[in-house]
Design a protein. Structure first.
Length: 156
């Protein structure tokens, strides 16, 4: 994810718990326009809440199972959250390991929060390549990407 965003022209700060940096407990760098990650399922709520609490951050994008927004205990992150902007369903299941020979068993989507969003959230469908085809994310546990476009910072 870090390499793909850099190639697209973003300044990227990538963190990984395997390298001793825990997103849930680190101080956030200044001037972050977006936080993009595939949180561990059991810590997804904490990752979302932490990302939404980062001062000055406009966009939060989390790669989650498509049914993650169904739980009543998470309504404050979705139905009751005015900055929840979009659910982008991946129409191709993610293959987390290159050498995995079976069929992937879960459907995933990008959940996107945008501080400039107004109105109800939208639903979209991503066609084509699933993100992990760029780089298998499971080999990078608890990776968190924080990005800002090089050419212009996002409005806050």
């Amino acid at each position: 994810m870090v390499a793909a965003l850099r190639q697209a022209g973003f300044d990227v700060v990538g963190t990984d718990i395997a390298e001793g940096v825990d997103f849930l407990h680190q101080a956030s760098p200044a001037d972050i326009g977006a936080i993009i990650t595939n949180p561990p399922y059991v810590l997804a709520r904490e990752f979302i809440e932490r990302a939404l609490a980062v001062e000055g951050n406009r966009i939060v994008a989390m790669l989650l199972r498509t049914d993650y927004d169904h739980a009543a205990s998470r309504a404050h992150l979705f139905a009751e959250c005015p900055v929840f902007a979009k659910k982008v369903v991946l129409t191709k299941r993610i293959r987390w390991f290159e050498d995995f020979e079976g069929s992937p068993s879960f459907n995933h989507c990008w959940m996107i929060w945008d501080r400039q969003h107004r109105g109800p959230p939208t639903l979209a469908y991503a066609k084509g390549i699933a993100l992990s085809e760029y780089a298998p994310l499971s080999r990078q546990p608890r990776r968190c990407v924080q990005a800002t476009p090089k050419s212009a910072r996002l409005d806050r």
